[in-house]
Design a binder for this molecule. Structure first.
Ligand code: ADP
Ligand code: MG
Length: 699
């Protein structure tokens, strides 16, 4: 019963938002569209920026180009211009001078702003004749108090995410109404001693100040506390889940004798780099335990992850277990299969390739061989994950290029065997802090060095005006027997986009830029046989250039390819461009990467220039994180994991590390968080992550 009486009782955090002063049932429905149902939701709906209104100053002290607030009385108003292009001009006066204010196309103001009205206005100061002037300032009508009494204090007006049915201003008003009534009901999830040790503001203060800061410093102090809380909850969730997995899963330990180690190494035609060696050591230690390895191996393109993965695979096979090697695309699965077979030529290890649309019979044969345990190593794409695939002695799963795979697919595979070891390879170096978040449930090995003899790829940003010379260089490389990739953002042209597309441009290349050379098209939507044959001819050197899409982004290994041309380079992410560039510079010859772009906005140019400056994938990933945010860097893969309201991974590295250490300590002390001082934390954790964490069954 929504009687009027309810409105006079005081608000609680779980009171429906409709009872906040000024809301009512209609606006409550609209707030619902923003996910705000209760008073608690409302006060946890945070601003994403602030509009600064400086403290008011005397008109006589205004300075050109500064943003200022003035308070004064309108002495004169007039309108200029004709319909559709009107400007309202007011002279505003205080004891020290006159300022002119101009409003464009706001005829309705005429009725409100008569002579004698007192207003406060904030805007950038320009000059008109010999007067200071503001154009379309923010303003507030003050009324008719005597001028000498009015001082407008500095303010930071919160700006909230809003939508068409409800405005930021309305939200701000409701929050200002509700906050004083309920702020004291907010409990602090942090034990007091921890909060003090970390010099964090009390949660109550943080919530209040983040909405209504009175000084600029308030904002950051409040933000840090709220961000810390978000990060701590996330770290707790990740670590609890991981502890749970550790407890509940068992794997067969893999023993690596000196003999096994020697025989594996003899398969490589090279010495492992120090980085590869330490990754191998970490993996060997994991495999030797009776609980499953969960390890991410990250290394820049070309660092030699495959060799490390193959070491693990062969060790597991020597222990009579089966290995699955998952690749993100069929092209890559084939390539891995081919290279692994080459490497294992003459051995008794049986390696099979399983793809999505194989002939029925061939597929059945492989499935039977897997089920019988005859196949030791199977390479494939997600087709391997179908229910019908039985791998009874599965001991290790290797996933190349993790973030092409969804989290759900991963779970599916995990359920197949009892508990296989698990190794993920990624060539998108992820900054350490981000890896801790996104791959929180994985241990991380990182290879920082490259095999000897690599030559850095010369990278240049090319504007269309200079493209003729650039193409001349490409032709020179091809004439010298090298090969090239030419990458486009699209397969087919799209009417509404001014972009070149591979399917069309392949003709242009053949006719014009690369006339006389063998040029072929390669993209993900081609039938498999066709892709295969193009790749085979490219690998054999019969095709000299590929007009391609980003199918060549990952893994393709043709050492004779020395040129990478990327059209509309500004359309690609930095890490993606770095991946593309990684397709060249893999052999003995110097290589070249040409980024074609006519972008003229500063951010785009700054991003591209990072690539010209460095070939270090980690530096590039950090920049990408800073310039585009974590969602873009890791893909929208781990939904929710990298999405925070207040925390910002690009800038809160210190908080992330802090929260990680604190989460570890909290769990070590009280794993089920059942101590009274952890009660609030526990409630917040369950509210945020629900059943998806193991906390529930720890209790
Ligand atoms: P990634 O998968 O990390 O991009 P790959 O495993 O494809 O790199 O290795 C890139 C190339 O370097 C391959 O041709 C591989 O044979 C070669 N390679 C790997 N490790 C070494 C090493 N230690 N010394 C020399 N060459 C190596
Ligand atoms: Mg690789």
């Amino acid at each position: 019963m929504n009687t009027g009486r309810l409105e006079v009782t005081s608000l609680q955090l779980d009171t429906p938002v409709q009872f906040v002063r000024g809301v009512g049932p209609v606006l409550a429905d609209k707030l619902q569209t923003l996910g705000i149902a209760t008073v608690g939701d409302l006060i946890h709906y945070f601003p994403f920026r602030y509009e600064h209104r400086p403290q008011s100053q005397a008109i006589g002290t205004l300075r050109l180009d500064e943003t200022a607030t003035i308070v004064g009385q309108i002495s004169r108003v007039r309108t200029r211009g004709s319909f559709g292009k009107q400007v309202l001009i007011a002279n505003v006066q205080d004891a020290t001078g006159t300022c002119m204010i101009r409003w464009f196309n706001s005829p309705y103001l005429h009725d409100k702003l008569g002579p004698g009205v007192l207003i406060a206005a904030t805007g950038k100061v320009s000059q008109y004749r010999d007067l200071g002037c503001m154009t379309n300032p923010k303003y507030r009508i003050i009324g008719n108090e005597p001028l000498s009494l009015v001082v407008d204090a500095e303010q930071f007006d919160p700006v909230y995410p809003a939508n068409a049915s409800i405005s930021s201003r309305q939200i701000a008003r409701f929050i200002a109404a509700a906050l004083p009534e309920v702020v004291d009901q907010l409990a602090d999830p942090l034990p007091d001693e921890l909060r003090r040790a970390r010099s964090l503001a009390p949660r109550r203060t943080a919530v209040a100040r983040y909405h209504l800061p009175t000084r600029v410093d308030d904002i950051e102090i409040a933000r840090r506390r709220l961000a810390y809380d978000e990060l701590l909850l996330m770290q707790l969730a990740v670590q609890l889940k991981r502890a749970h997995v550790r407890r509940s899963q068992q794997a067969s330990p893999i023993r690596i004798s000196e003999e096994i180690d020697r025989r594996i190494r003899a398969r490589f035609g090279f010495q492992l780099t120090p980085g590869q060696e330490s990754a191998v050591a970490e993996i060997a230690a994991d495999l030797g335990r009776a609980r499953p390895m969960r390890r991410l191996l990250q290394a820049d393109v070309g660092a030699g992850k495959t060799a490390v993965a193959l070491y693990a695979a062969l060790a597991v096979i020597a222990n009579r277990r089966q290995v699955v090697f998952l690749a993100p695309t069929e092209i890559l699965a084939e390539q891995h299969h081919h290279k692994i077979c080459e490497c294992l030529a003459g051995s008794r290890v049986r390696v099979d390739l399983l793809l999505g649309n194989m002939p029925r019979k061939a597929r059945d044969t492989i499935l039977r061989s897997l089920a019988d345990g005859k196949t030791n190593l199977v390479v494939g794409t997600h087709a391997l994950l179908e229910e019908s695939v039985e791998i009874p002695w599965l001991g290790l799963v290797i996933v190349d290029e993790q973030h092409r795979f969804g989290v759900r697919q991963r779970a599916k595979l995990r359920a197949k065997a009892r508990d296989p070891h698990y190794l993920v390879l990624t060539a998108t170096p992820i900054p350490r802090t981000l890896a801790m978040t996104v791959f929180g449930d994985l241990d991380v090995s990182t290879i920082y060095d490259l095999p000897p003899g690599r030559q850095p790829v010369e990278t240049r940003l090319i504007r269309s005006a200079e493209s003729s010379q650039a193409w001349e260089r490409v032709r020179r490389e091809l004439r010298a027997g090298r090969q090239a990739f030419v990458v486009y953002p699209l397969v087919e042209r799209v009417e509404s986009l001014p972009l070149k597309a591979a399917a069309e441009e392949v003709e242009v290349l053949r006719r014009d830029r690369l006339a006389g050379f063998e040029v072929e098209l390669l993209h993900g939507q081609m039938p498999r046989e066709q892709k295969e044959s193009v790749m085979a001819r490219f690998t054999a050197g019969e095709v000299q250039a590929l007009a391609a899409t980003t199918v060549v982004e990952v893994g393709i290994d043709v050492p004779n390819a020395t040129v990478m041309v990327v059209h509309h380079a500004e359309r690609f992410g930095l890490s993606q461009l770095h991946q593309l560039r990684g397709r060249v510079g893999r052999g003995a010859h110097p290589s070249l990467c040409l980024l074609l772009s006519d972008a003229d906005n500063e951010t785009a140019l700054a991003r591209l220039s990072v690539l010209c400056r460095t070939t270090d994938g980690f530096v590039i990933a950090e920049e990408d994180l800073r310039l585009r945010g974590p969602g873009e860097v890791v893909g929208q893969r781990q939904h929710g994991m990298v999405e925070f309201t207040v925390a910002d991974l690009a800038r809160d590295m210190d908080l992330l590390e802090m929260s990680r250490a604190d989460a570890t300590a909290l769990i070590a002390e009280d794993e089920s968080l059942s101590a009274p001082k952890h009660r609030i934390l526990r409630i917040m954790l369950v509210e945020r992550f629900g059943d998806s964490i193991a906390l529930v069954d720890v209790a």
